[in-house]
Ligand binder design. Structure first.
Ligand code: GDP
Ligand code: MG
Length: 177
């Protein structure tokens, strides 16, 4: 039969990777060029129908700043799903080519050590519209995701590419009762 599922979902990743923009696109269908930085965390909810279930996502959009790191467990504890976001163009003010991707890997490690072991984890390579500025290939992210048991998609909050899709893929993978 058809089920109603409530699923806590957390977005993690470097500041500026596009976490808030992905949520804004998913929840409101909007994009803004000058998205304000998230303070602490923000809460949203959105319902999605999949074949056999109606999934109500309870979404925690975290800040990403190191100074809020100690708060992160409050948001990922008990979460059914996580989207770990990096910026394929790594616009982070960091000299490392792939700092945003490296930050994402740290979050994956932390979730795998401390999070719910059945958590559905998605890796989002966001800003896929910025092809000319690409620093991280889809291949290397795919290899990483496969190795650590996440599923991977490149997304663009700006063009809406794969945004609904990544939430839909998570909804499909959530355990059914
Ligand atoms: P957060 O810190 O991870 O929440 O990142 P934000 O959502 O605040 O986005 C940081 C900046 O990147 C903002 O200026 C956004 O407009 C921009 N941005 C977010 N997603 C995309 C995207 O998919 N493509 C492009 N070109 N810019 C994006
Ligand atoms: Mg934000």
């Amino acid at each position: 039969g058809n089920q109603n599922i409530n699923a806590k979902l957390v977005l993690l990743g470097d500041v500026g990777a596009g976490k808030s923009s992905l949520v804004l696109r998913f929840v409101k269908g909007q994009f803004v060029e000058f998205q304000e930085s998230t303070i602490g965390a923000a809460f949203f909810s959105q319902t999605l129908a999949v074949n056999d279930a109606t999934v109500k996502f309870e979404i925690w959009d975290t800040a990403g700043q190191e100074r809020y790191h100690s708060l992160a467990p409050m948001y990922y504890r008990g979460a059914a799903a996580a989207i770990i976001v990096y910026d394929i163009s790594n616009q982070a003010a960091d000299f490392l080519r792939d700092a945003s991707f490296e930050r994402a890997k740290k979050w994956v490690q932390e979730l795998q050590a401390q999070g719910n072991p059945n958590m559905v984890m998605a890796l989002a390579g966001n800003k896929a519209d910025l092809l000319d500025a690409r620093k991280v290939t889809a291949e290397e992210a795919q290899v990483y995701a496969q190795e650590y048991g996440l599923f991977f998609m490149e997304t663009s909050a700006k063009t809406a590419t794969n945004v609904n899709d990544i939430f839909y893929e998570i909804a499909k993978r959530l355990p059914r009762v």
